[in-house]
Design a protein around this ligand. Structure first.
Ligand code: ADP
Length: 460
């Protein structure tokens, strides 16, 4: 386009000039009075100029303004508006354009709100999420996925899934989701850190409104916690079976021996019956401990707190424990000030003290010493059981509260231990919101500290 036509006013002006010149040439044929001719041309020029300016101002300028506004709308700037005072059809057009711009702007705001809501949900969901199109390109990846597999979203988005996701099971899930056009579920182990993570992946196909496959969404759940629970449960069942099998085998074996003739020999009868009795007692102890543990582990388990007098509790326990200590020649001392009370489950606290004292006696050689002290420390009651026995190796200390963990299996069995005593102690202390600490040195002895909140407010 000629540069002249880019400026309409200039172009009209040029046109007007040509028109005036042509009129002048035409009129010069009719008259030789140049003064009249020039006057006519000047009047014509001025009239045409006024008309032209009027047309420009009334029609061209508003159309130009409207065009600029439409251009802004096309660019996506929905906040643009036309400020005008025109009447008639141009004014009406401008009004309608303003309404359109307002509607588009509201629509855009709603879109943004929906988009933000969706991305908040996607980003804060507890499972990893990947959106793949039908060609295999990744369109979206959420925060959880990045926390599971590392990297940044730009390392994944826009790439083919098999180029950026190393895990073979993810590839299989995508391929099968595309192939069978149905939900596909798999599990795999992901080892990014030291601890492996167990992941469950679900691939779901996405269809368009005509039912054609448009891509797939992958959801990845971290099931490490569930897997660990399942392993623990399997271990526990295996341990319980093993623990039960030993005394039962022994009882059956000795009963069979007795039945097949040994009962006629007085010595054998006494010896075997004693073994059967001991093994039955062990079995009974194991079953009681298992029942106590399962009761404590129930979700709905709640302790019933009453006012517990520690001295009274110790008095009830001592006769049995003193008997055990005496049998091993162990000196047992107790030191508890009068009137140490707390709001707690009396039977539970009794069990804690019995288990700790029984262990202290079991794992202390003959002529050793075992001390029990209880003190009121203001907010909590501190129960302290110490011995100068075999102690616990440093690396075993964190494990002694695990079910069936024993530092020395044979020794624990010989002392009649079930391997559940400290697991029960820990549970009871925890349901009382207390804590238990251990200090131990091999061949020097062990000290168990139990801190129990007094919970006096609960009594008032
Ligand atoms: P157990 O029935 O075998 O005694 P516990 O759960 O009571 O089971 O204790 C777990 C393990 O902790 C024991 O097998 C023993 O090795 C160790 N243990 C507990 N108390 C003591 C202690 N006072 N001195 C030395 N070792 C101890």
């Amino acid at each position: 386009m000629l540069p002249l036509f880019k400026k309409p006013l200039l172009a009209y002006h040029a046109g007007l000039f040509i028109l005036v010149v042509l009129t002048g040439l035409a009129l010069s044929q009719l008259t030789s009075e140049y003064i009249i001719l020039i006057a006519i041309l000047v009047v014509e020029y001025v009239m045409m100029l006024v008309m032209m300016l009027h047309v420009y101002d009334k029609y061209m300028k508003p159309i130009k303004k409207t065009t600029q506004t439409v251009d802004e709308l096309v660019k996506g700037n929905y906040r643009t508006r036309i400020h005008h005072s025109e009447q008639g059809s141009i004014g009406e057009l401008n009004n309608k354009l303003n309404v359109l711009a307002r509607n588009l702007s509201e629509f855009q705001i709603q879109e943004q709100v929906h988009e933000e809501q969706l991305s908040t949900v996607i980003d804060n969901t507890e499972s990893g999420l990947v959106l793949i199109d039908e060609k295999g390109y990744i369109h979206l990846i959420n925060r959880k996925f990045i926390s599971m597999f590392g990297g940044k979203s730009h390392n994944y988005q826009g790439y083919l899934y098999y180029d950026v996701l190393a895990e073979e099971t993810i590839h299989e899930t995508v391929q099968q989701t595309f192939l069978y056009e149905t939900n596909i579920k798999h599990t795999f182990t992901h080892t990014a850190d030291v601890d492996p993570k167990y992941i469950e992946i679900v691939g779901a196909p996405i269809f368009n409104e005509r039912g054609m496959l448009k891509g797939a969404v992958l959801l990845l759940y971290d099931i490490t916690h569930l897997k660990k629970l399942e392993l623990m449960r399997k271990d526990f069942v295996a341990n319980v079976s093993h623990e039960l099998k030993t005394p039962i085998t022994s009882i059956t074996g000795f009963a069979e021996t007795l039945l097949s003739g040994a009962k006629d020999d007085k010595d054998s009868l006494d010896r075997f019956l004693t073994i059967i009795y001991d093994e039955s007692t062990r079995l009974q102890g194991l079953i009681e401990d298992l029942l106590t543990l399962s009761k404590l582990e129930k979700d709905e388990f709640k302790i019933t707190r009453t006012t517990v007098d520690i001295n009274q509790l110790i008095d009830e326990i001592l006769p049995v424990i003193e008997q055990q200590a005496k049998q091993k020649g162990i000196t047992l001392t107790t030191d508890a000030k009068d009137n140490i009370t707390l709001q707690a489950d009396g039977e539970g606290i009794k069990q804690v003290i019995i288990n700790l004292l029984t262990n202290a006696i079991s794992y202390t050689s003959e002529n050793g010493t075992v001390d029990l002290t209880a003190a009121d420390e203001g907010e909590s009651i501190h129960i302290h059981v110490s011995d100068n026995g075999i102690g616990i190796p440093r690396k075993a200390v964190p494990r002694i509260f695990e079910r069936f963990y024993r530092v020395d299996k044979a020794r624990s069995r010989n002392t009649g231990g079930t391997g559940l005593g400290l697991a029960i102690v820990k549970h009871i202390v925890e349901v009382h919101d207390g804590k238990i600490l251990v200090e131990s040195e091999p061949d020097q002895g062990s000290v168990f500290h139990v801190y129990l909140p007094k919970n006096e407010a609960a009594s008032s």
